[in-house]
Design a protein around this ligand. Structure first.
Ligand SMILES: Nc1ncnc2c1ncn2[C@@H]1O[C@H](COP(=O)(O)OP(=O)(O)OP(=O)(O)O)[C@@H](O)[C@H]1O
Length: 322
């Protein structure tokens, strides 16, 4: 378990992490989300004792990182896959880590096998591809067989096979009862991996919720309808007690409606339909809406279709329930 209490980090005037309080629990994958510059890496560095908090506290199974004896046996982390001695072989890199942390030599071959690097164990890490480097970083995190694992953007730059592998690895580690904490700026990736979500923006906590609640509250389903007899269809749907929203593009949106019911009503009244399509709002859109206010580095673009949709004021209601 990882517990944060009022965790804060200032760099001069800049408040990188602002009064964060949340708990990362065992047995599940917790996704740590936020746009670029939100403070995810700074928070993770403080969890690992690599940065000192300006205020507040973070504890690993009840203890400060600095007080852990052989910390790799408590918590394993992948922060920056490139931060290793490239001149050493994969085997020797892991052997040095094991020896300096009181971990038996036999674990080196075991973790190399787990991450699929046994065949290249004697090769120098500087010749590794990005994906092989990520696997080696993960091998280092697994070395001490820790109860807590932390991964900072582990799928960055990986091919689909690598992404699939990391996703399954995180799920299986959580299924073994471990605490798994993984940062990302991609909601779509987290939706496939995480059971719980912690979202931050400009260092502040925006949401701490189960993925199931997030999906239930944000995957609004509706039916989009286009017709040249708009007014007539509106009257008929109104009479049938169906709630309709007019979308900006001239289409009608029927919340929670069934396409069959609308199609049959239209047919009974001989109304021509040009479109009758069930829709699902994406979680990526919901995430963008939640963090829109807190994005630090906006891209300037002339393409308004890139902006998140303006409707959906209901998004965000009921969040922050852990
Ligand atoms: N050593 C530092 N000195 C000054 N400012 C810093 C330092 N480290 C981070 N920051 C600032 O703190 C904020 C949070 O940065 P951080 O790297 O933690 O965000 P992040 O959520 O991990 O972003 P990304 O997804 O881009 O990696 C940013 O505005 C960053 O510029």
């Amino acid at each position: 378990m990882i517990q944060l209490e009022g965790l804060t980090k200032r760099y001069g005037e800049k408040v990188a992490v602002n009064n964060l309080t949340f708990t990362v629990r065992p047995g599940i994958v917790t996704g740590f989300l936020g746009p670029n510059g939100a403070g995810k890496s700074t928070t993770m560095r403080m969890m690992l004792g690599l940065d000192r908090p300006t205020a507040g506290d973070v504890r690993i199974d009840g203890q400060h990182y600095d007080h852990l004896k052989d910390p790799l046996k408590y918590i394993g982390a992948l922060l920056d896959a490139k931060a290793m001695h490239g001149g050493r072989s994969a085997y020797n890199h892991l052997l040095c880590l094991a020896q300096s942390n009181g971990i038996p030599k036999s674990r080196v071959a075991e973790v190399l096998d787990t991450v699929g690097l046994t065949a290249v164990a004697k090769k120098k890490a500087k010749g590794f591809s990005l994906g092989m480097g990520q696997r080696l970083g993960i091998a280092g995190a697994l070395l001490g067989d820790p109860r807590i694992l932390m991964f900072d953007e582990p799928v960055n730059g990986l091919d689909p096979e690598g992404i699939h592998w990391i996703r399954n690895l995180m799920k299986s580690l959580a299924a073994q009862g471990r605490t798994v904490f993984v940062s990302s700026h991609l909601m779509s990736e987290m939706a496939l991996t995480a059971d719980h979500l912690v979202v931050i923006g400009q260092g502040r906590l925006l949401a701490d919720t189960s993925m199931a609640d997030f999906i239930e509250q944000n995957s609004r389903s509706y039916v989009r309808v286009r017709t040249p007899q708009r007014e007539r269809l509106l009257d008929i749907l109104h009479e049938a007690g169906v709630t309709v929203v007019e979308s900006g593009s001239g289409a009608l949106e029927v919340d929670g409606g069934k396409a069959e019911q609308i199609g049959e009503l239209a047919a009974q009244h001989q109304i021509v339909l040009h479109e009758l399509s069930p829709q699902q709002a994406s979680l990526e859109e919901a995430f963008m809406q939640l963090t829109a206010e807190s994005i630090e580095y906006h891209a300037h673009t002339d393409t308004p279709q890139d902006a998140p949709p303006a409707r959906q004021q209901a998004w965000g209601d009921g969040w922050n329930r852990s």
